[in-house]
Design a binder for this molecule. Structure first.
Ligand code: SAH
Length: 264
């Protein structure tokens, strides 16, 4: 079998107990459309294919994609796409997609942001990541792991860490502990930012200077009147601001910008 390719972040699952636990967590049903990112040698692909109605695998490694395509050539409900998941347009596969994957860790953060942009087409996601990333995704205000990734995902998804997976479950073993996490879209009634791009930019600015107070970190984009309008104490630090407050601040700044450009 081909050697694992480091640049593709390849760590193949080999522990049958972990494979079962992941498939059980996903609980695929006959009517489900599954999209697996990076099926690799097919460790979880096979049990998923057996239980779902339609399956798409997106694999970047040309040799692995070809081997999968050969294996499923006579399985009409399976399609293998040799493609980069970071550039893949998930909406072309339809809606209500159940996204799964033992994600390539070297691109996990950009991939999560890409999936966030595709959220309208997604029913839920079950992904394996470095445990450290899962901790950031699920972090509450006030802890060091709390930041842009968790806030952006938390605006749109319920984030539920399921279980950790030790390095020995993979071949080759990664250097870090991994974890499986479930993301489910929040109802449309949940408070969501009017402009996700603006919120993301605001968070990037604030958390690049996370030791500073909000007033200092955001001096160029927010005035004391803005903080007052949304009831945020500008002497706090970025990591102490709850998701709803970030949304309120971002919406307020967007409105202020609209007004400014209108009067100009
Ligand atoms: N799901 C398999 C393999 C996980 S390793 C298992 O659990 O055993 C990560 C897989 O993602 C590898 O097969 C790697 O080739 C693939 N991959 C890496 N970068 C990718 C990208 N940008 N798009 C799609 N697949 C990618």
């Amino acid at each position: 079998m081909a050697r694992a390719r480091r640049r593709f972040g390849q760590h193949f699952l080999v522990d049958p107990g972990v494979i079962d636990a992941i498939v059980d967590a996903i609980a695929p049903a006959r009517e489900d459309v599954l999209v697996e990112i990076g099926p690799g040698r097919g460790a979880i692909t096979e049990p998923l294919v057996r239980r779902c109605g339609r399956f798409h695998g997106i694999e970047l490694d040309r040799d692995l994609a070809a081997a999968l395509a050969r294996r499923y050539a006579d399985t009409p409900h399976v399609t293998i796409h040799e493609a980069d998941a970071l550039r893949f347009d998930f909406a072309t596969l339809g809606g209500n997609l159940r996204v799964v994957g033992n994600l390539p860790y070297n691109v996990s953060t950009p991939l999560l942001f890409h999936l966030l942009d595709a959220r309208a087409a997604i029913a839920d996601m079950h992904v394996m990541l470095q445990n450290e990333v899962v901790e950031r995704m699920a972090a509450s205000p006030g802890v060091k792991a709390y930041g842009r990734l968790g806030i952006m995902l938390g605006c749109f998804f319920d984030i539920e860490p399921l279980f950790t997976v030790p390095p020995e479950a993979f071949e080759p073993a990664p250097e870090v502990v991994s974890a499986v996490v479930r993301l489910r879209p929040l109802p449309d009634s949940a408070m969501q930012p009017r402009d996700a791009g603006a919120l993301s930019a605001l968070l990037a600015r604030a958390f690049s200077q996370r030791r500073k107070t909000l007033r200092n970190a955001l001096r160029d984009v927010a005035a004391d009147a803005d903080f007052a309008a949304v009831n945020i104490d500008p002497r706090l630090r970025p990591e102490n601001i709850a998701i709803e407050d970030w949304i309120a601040l971002s919406d307020r700044l967007a409105t202020a910008t609209d007004n400014a450009s209108r009067t100009r």
